[in-house]
Design a protein around this ligand. Sequence first.
Ligand SMILES: NC(=O)c1ccc[n+]([C@@H]2O[C@H](COP(=O)([O-])OP(=O)(O)OC[C@H]3O[C@@H](n4cnc5c(N)ncnc54)[C@H](OP(=O)(O)O)[C@@H]3O)[C@@H](O)[C@H]2O)c1
Length: 407
Amino acid sequence: MQDVKVGILGKGTVGGAFRKLLNERAEMVEEVSGRRPKVSGVLSSRKGDFDRILARSDIIVELIGGLEPAREYVTRSLTEGRHVITANKQLIAQHGDELVAAARRGGAQLRFEAAVAGAIPVIRVVQESLGAIPIEKVFGIVNGTTNYILTEMARGGLSYDEALAQAQALGYAEADPTEDVGGADAAAKMAILARLAFGSPVRLRDVPFEGIERIKPDDLAYAKELGLSLKLLGVAERVGDGEISVRVFPCFLYPGHPLAPIEGPFNAVMVEAPAITEITMSGPGAGGIETASAVLGDLVSVIGGGSPLFEENSRLRIAKDVEMAFYLHLEVDDRPGVLARIAEILGDNSVSVRSVVQRGAGDEAQLIMVMHPVSERRFNAALKRIAKLRFLRSPPRAIRVIEEEFT
Ligand SMILES: NC(=O)c1ccc[n+]([C@@H]2O[C@H](COP(=O)([O-])OP(=O)(O)OC[C@H]3O[C@@H](n4cnc5c(N)ncnc54)[C@H](OP(=O)(O)O)[C@@H]3O)[C@@H](O)[C@H]2O)c1
């Protein structure tokens, strides 16, 4: 059998780790897949020539990141019949259609296990193991940076800025952390997962996202008091007749929820379907060697012959509204009538209150309320009116709550 020639684009954290892993594991890959992989060229920003590498390769592994020139290189590789493996979630989430069309044109495979949840084989499970099962919901913690920050804020009482600085010092957050902390990274991963789980096109613009930048130590102190955990969650679910919802938001979880104990830079993804009840997968969500191992898994699949990707058989609508429970934190003047006025606004919007706690007095007075599940649109309408009340000392803070019990 002939060797398989592998061109590697990028030799940074993942590219460097992948090259090393491939050298170490070449024999094992040959045993499993029947052909021995051989590096045909490596491209970095300063060295190597893409055209020459393409001409010499059967498989292109894209580990540059960003949209350009990664999009151009991947599209050309696929069009010219080279299989492509990538860890680039933004590329797949934003240009998935174009890349799949190029793969079809070139009769090539496109694999991207490492783009979602690092070393956890979530794409493979959703796409292959559960391929014939109608999935109801895929959700989880798909960004390790934010999970690390929230864990440290809860554990050490650190402020958001302190926890972020610590994450950067330890290499869990990039120098520019905007994509991670603002939720865009998780949104791209959820768009990919939703697309695979529901077999329906989901664009990045269909995924509203919120990050964790506005979370305060107070919110975590409250969570701790009640035994709740605060996580940045990505949720993709069927919500009604022919409708799906895909979102990213910070959220309180009740104890007993399988995602509640996931701490530090770890990721975890849950899949729910009637046939399987639920599956939870957890593990390292990033890191050079961890991500490289997912890329190597894709390489074995590609050499062994693979299945087509993004098989889309339905066109589900993106729901405009969903129901959620909310926690609401208000800093208010301590005077009569305040609670009644807030209750009136909530009532006008059919938002029903599950619990209210008043903390502090005078300049320190706070109201902490938890709502029953309600239409997000109605809750946001109420929140807009509450934000205008003159007796509020700072803008209201609302965080979603998942009350679901798991046994
Ligand atoms: N790091 C992780 O833990 C992780 C986890 C999951 C997924 N990913 C994904 O993996 C991909 C790579 O990430 P990384 O952390 O390895 O990035 P990185 O360390 O910044 O490495 C990027 C590599 O691409 C090369 N490069 C940059 N611009 C280029 C250009 N125009 N032409 C050719 N080469 C270029 C760089 O060249 P130089 O060496 O010359 O700078 C470098 O070797 C990204 O899509 C990322 O989202 C990373």
